[in-house]
Design a protein around this ligand. Structure first.
Ligand SMILES: Cc1ncc(COP(=O)(O)O)c(C=O)c1O
Length: 318
């Protein structure tokens, strides 16, 4: 799993997927109205959790390749009342960014110095191409400020809802919350999962999964280059299942989303991934749930529809 640190089974709390682990971690260290730092763009699910817990989102610039800006975070910690940081340092959603090792270390030290907890979501670490990207920020945490969480939703099956949380110095608080809200963890399910992992050769399966996904991403990028309007920018993630596209000419991703939906194609408009409107010209594409001629044709079609919207925009501007 997340490399670079070893944990005892008793330190790990089983959760209903990764999102519950994130929610428990946040509830343990915040009160309604508190400010939580997020990557920008960030996972749609995180924004929903923050909204449900009445927390304020402070979005920090995030590089499409190197992830969260530790410099910008350092500034935010000096100027804002940040109560927690929630981040996906490996293959962030939706950018697919992975923080370099040195930045992971800097992040752990910075947060320890400010005594601010980090909820580190490692749900995609096993899909990373490079070992250094699989290493968790938690491995640099000597004082328990990092809460590590993940699940098997992206590597075994989303419907299992088997996740986990190692909450460091906040472990008593998260266990109390878990017991209060759902009567505790699900040992039978967790034992079944452990059995499955032992039997199936999880590490071999992961290698196969990564080998299956990498050509899909390469092909999807080639389709973007061939069929999307000139000036479209696309990420080049080192692993994972997502591509993030910046569309040219003020194309409105919500208009594109609607046009695609009319044709039975589902894309994720950039507006989903921020509490602000700054990613309105962006979309996220995922190759995680299957890849074949249907998906290839859908991608070509999204490109054509984006081109039509760009042309309309030009006409209106003229
Ligand atoms: C970064 C991230 N964390 C958590 C989740 C949700 O995980 P789970 O289904 O295990 O709750 C997702 C799913 O899209 C995700 O992208």
């Amino acid at each position: 799993m997340a490399r670079g640190c070893t944990r005892e089974p008793r330190e790990i709390l089983g959760t209903n997927g990764c999102n519950e682990a994130v929610a428990l971690g946040l509830q343990a260290v915040t009160r309604p109205g508190d400010t939580v730092v997020l990557e920008s763009p960030t996972s749609f699910g995180f924004l929903q959790i923050l909204e449900a817990l009445h927390l304020k989102a402070l979005e920090i610039p995030t590089h499409p390749r190197h992830g969260l800006s530790v410099d910008a975070l350092a500034l935010a910690l000096q100027t804002q009342p940040v109560r927690a940081v929630l981040a996906v340092p490996t293959l962030s959603n939706p950018l697919g960014a992975s923080m370099p090792l040195a930045e992971r270390r800097r992040l752990a030290l910075l947060l320890a110095a400010h005594q601010v907890p980090l909820i580190e979501d490692v749900i995609y670490n096993d899909l990373a191409e490079r070992d250094e990207h699989r290493r968790a920020v938690k491995s640099f945490d000597t004082e328990g400020w990092v809460m590590l969480c993940g699940s098997f939703s992206k590597t075994v099956a989303p419907g299992l809802r088997v996740g986990w949380l190692e909450a460091g110095r906040h472990s008593t608080a998260v266990r109390r919350l878990k017991a209060a809200f759902s009567g505790g963890h699900t040992p039978v399910l967790e034992l079944a999962m452990a059995e499955l992992l032992n039997q199936s050769g999880y590490v071999t399966q992961l290698r196969k999964l990564r080998q299956a996904i990498a050509p899909r991403i390469a092909e999807a990028r080639a389709l973007v280059a061939a069929h999307f309007p000139r000036g479209t920018k696309v990420t080049d993630p080192s692993g994972g299942i997502m591509l993030w596209l910046e569309l040219p000419g003020g194309i409105d991703s919500l208009a594109l989303f609607k046009a695609c939906l009319d044709e039975g194609i589902c894309i994720a408009p950039g507006t989903m991934f921020s509490a602000t409107d700054r990613f309105r010209h962006c979309i996220r594409l995922s190759v995680g749930s299957g890849w074949g001629d249907v998906q290839r044709q859908a991608m070509r079609r999204v490109g054509v529809l984006a081109g039509q919207l760009a042309a309309q925009g030009l006409k209106q501007a003229a």
